[in-house]
Design a protein around this ligand. Structure first.
Ligand SMILES: [Zn+2]
Length: 307
C-alpha cells in the first residue's frame, strides 16, 4: 500500500507541473478536489514576507513544506484551511523557486503538492548619510563593545520558539510618517556601506513604541549600533526589533501583546536623529516590515498555551 502511494505521488508530481494533485492513500483523486494555494502579496519580491494560505484536497492532521531552503510548519485556519508565514531574503535572485507541501491525512496517508513560484527583484534606493566617526571608525574599546554585542545578538537570534505566538494582523509600532524604507543601500560618511534592513519612522523623542504582535521579550538592553534595543520573539523564527529607544519599558523574559508599550523612541546608537527603526527577522533573514504590516493573516488564536 505504502509503495503504491509513493508511486501515485511520484506520477502526479511528474505529470502535473505547476499545480500538482496527489491522491490520498494511492486512490485516484476526484477531479474536483484540488489544492488551493494562495500567496500574499501576489507579486513576490526579494526582501518581503509571504503569507501562504492553503486549502488541501483532503482533511489533514498536519501540513508542512519547504521553500527557498526554509522549513514551513503550517497552522490550521478556518474550516479546511491552513496558513504559514514565509519570506524571501534580500539576497534571493530573480527566478523561479518551487514550493513543496506535504500533508498527513486523518488516516495517516500522505499527500503532496509542488508549484514553482516566480520571485522578482525589487529596486531599492541608495542614499548618502553622515554619522559620528565613532560608528564608521570605532576605536579598540568601541570595537570590543561591538564584538560583545555581536555575541549577545547571536544568542538572541539563535533562539527559535517552536510554537507560534503571533496571531492575526501586525500593528504599526507608532503612528508616524516613514522616513526611510527597507532595503535602502546606505553609504555612511562616503565610505561605509550597508543595506537598511528595517523601516524608519520619523517620531519625536519619547514617543511610546508598541509591540507589533504577541510575543516574548528576548532582548531588552543597550547595544552599540542599535542603542537601547528590544527584540520580540513571536515564535516559529519570527522576530521584531525596535532600535534607538530612549527608554526600555519591558524586561527580558516578559510576554507582551500586540499594542503593549515596549519603550520610548529616541536617538541612541548609530542614529542620524530621533527615529524608530523597526526590523523584522524570519528564520535568519531580514524582511520588509512595511510588507508584513500589509498582510492579513487569519485571525486565529495562537497555538501556544499561555504560561
Ligand atoms: Zn533604520
Amino acid at each position: 500500500m505504502r509503495l503504491i502511494q509513493i508511486l501515485a505521488v511520484g506520477i502526479a508530481l511528474a505529470f502535473c507541473a505547476g499545480v500538482t494533485l496527489a491522491a490520498p492513500q494511492g486512490r485516484a483523486a476526484p477531479s474536483k478536489t484540488r489544492w488551493m494555494v494562495r500567496l500574499s502579496p501576489t507579486k513576490i519580491v526579494n526582501g518581503e514576507p509571504v503569507l501562504l494560505e492553503v486549502t488541501p484536497p483532503a482533511a489533514l492532521q498536519s501540513l508542512t513544506g519547504t521553500w527557498l531552503g526554509h522549513e514551513l510548519l503550517f497552522d490550521r485556519a478556518e474550516g479546511k484551511g491552513w496558513f504559514v508565514l514565509a519570506g524571501v531574503s534580500l539576497e534571493t535572485k530573480r527566478g523561479s523557486y518551487p514550493i513543496k507541501l506535504e500533508g498527513v491525512t486523518a488516516n495517516g496517508g500522505r499527500i503532496q503538492f509542488a508549484q514553482d513560484v516566480a520571485v522578482s527583484t525589487e529596486k531599492y534606493p541608495t542614499v548618502q548619510l553622515k554619522v559620528s566617526k565613532a560608528f564608521t571608525a570605532p576605536d579598540p574599546e568601541q570595537q570590543a563593545k561591538i564584538k560583545a554585542d555581536q555575541e549577545v545578538k547571536h544568542q538572541a537570534f539563535s533562539q527559535v520558539s517552536p510554537e507560534r505566538e503571533w496571531a492575526g494582523a501586525f500593528a504599526p509600532p507608532v503612528t508616524a510618517a516613514v522616513s526611510d524604507v527597507f532595503g535602502t543601500r546606505r553609504v555612511f560618511n562616503g565610505a561605509t556601506k550597508s543595506v537598511h534592513q528595517g523601516l524608519d519612522y520619523r517620531v519625536p523623542p519619547s514617543t511610546p513604541v508598541s509591540a507589533v504582535n504577541r510575543g516574548t521579550v528576548i532582548l531588552a538592553r543597550p547595544l552599540y549600533f542599535e542603542g537601547n534595543c528590544v527584540v520580540l520573539d513571536h515564535g516559529r523564527g519570527l522576530l521584531s526589533l525596535y532600535l534607538h529607544l530612549s527608554e526600555l519599558k519591558v524586561k527580558e523574559g516578559e510576554r507582551v501583546e500586540r499594542g503593549t508599550e515596549i519603550g520610548l523612541s529616541g536617538a541612541t546608537g548609530r542614529a542620524t536623529g530621533p527615529h524608530l527603526h523597526l526590523a523584522v527577522r524570519w528564520q535568519g533573514v531580514y524582511l520588509n516590515p512595511a510588507a508584513l504590516l500589509r498582510l492579513r493573516p487569519p485571525e486565529t488564536a495562537a497555538k501556544s498555551a499561555r504560561r
